[in-house]
Write a protein that binds this ligand. Sequence first.
Ligand code: R1P
Length: 298
Amino acid sequence: MPAFEMSDANFPVDSEGRTYHVECRRGDIANRVVTVGDPQRARLLAKKFDQIVFERQSHRGFLIITGIYKQTPITIVSIGMGLSMMDFFVRETRAVVDGPMCIIRFGSCGSICDAKPGNIIVATSSYGIMRNYDHFTNPFKKSEPPYLITDRVQADPVLTSTLSQKLKDSMGKSEIFEGSNGCADSFYGSQGRLSANFNDENESLIPILKKKYSDAVSLEMEAHMLYHLASVSTNPTNGQQNIRAACALIVFADRTGNEFITPEASQMAVEHCTEAIFNTLVEERFSNNDLHPLEGSV
Ligand code: R1P
């Protein structure tokens, strides 16, 4: 149940101008944004703020923390998991921010390259992996492949190269990997995890991905939606792209060696990456205006 009465069925907002799911309104969100899946990761990042100026937990599980870092407003939003949550987050924050936005996803992933748990993968591009539902249930579509793999969408090259360099400076070059990320519509079937309880036909999915994209490095569940929405984002006044995006992903699972990260190593990775991510955003210069339009008023 929404906490408040909503108006506008096309893009619901409450009487105070807050969006329906993320519950953000104008002034809550900075142009520079870090998005994470896990609220604990959001809180760990927020410890590096000099000051927290806004915080809100939405009834649909989004946590917003806006703070000041080196005199620059940055917003952290934890979104939970999956494509729909990324879609809610990007569209609803975009609706309440004036001017261009830079968004860095700081997530976790499974590695399908040499990166080990605790290493960081910078996703230079991302593609979608979707279960071809009809293949499984429609006998006339059995000849279609069980999984649909989209083209790659590129991350913002400038944001990505700054992010990658700063992560290398902070953690050491050998800890940082780059390549294309597969963004799946499930943690299980569409990421090639085998199950005795479902007929997923995914035994050869990872080799298929690596054959299609020789730079395939990771699997997760949000980056393709972020890069896709950034690529189709439009400034209503000049028609130009209005969101630039990049991703740094902590390797939680080594899908080749079958290892999983320890809680301590995961916390350490967050601590080592946070300032590199914040500094990347602080150094970003927006084309029309160097400063956040709401600077001082968030
Ligand atoms: C699965 O465990 C979740 O972890 C990864 C996946 O993309 C998925 O959301 O990212 P986050 O750690 O950012 O949630």
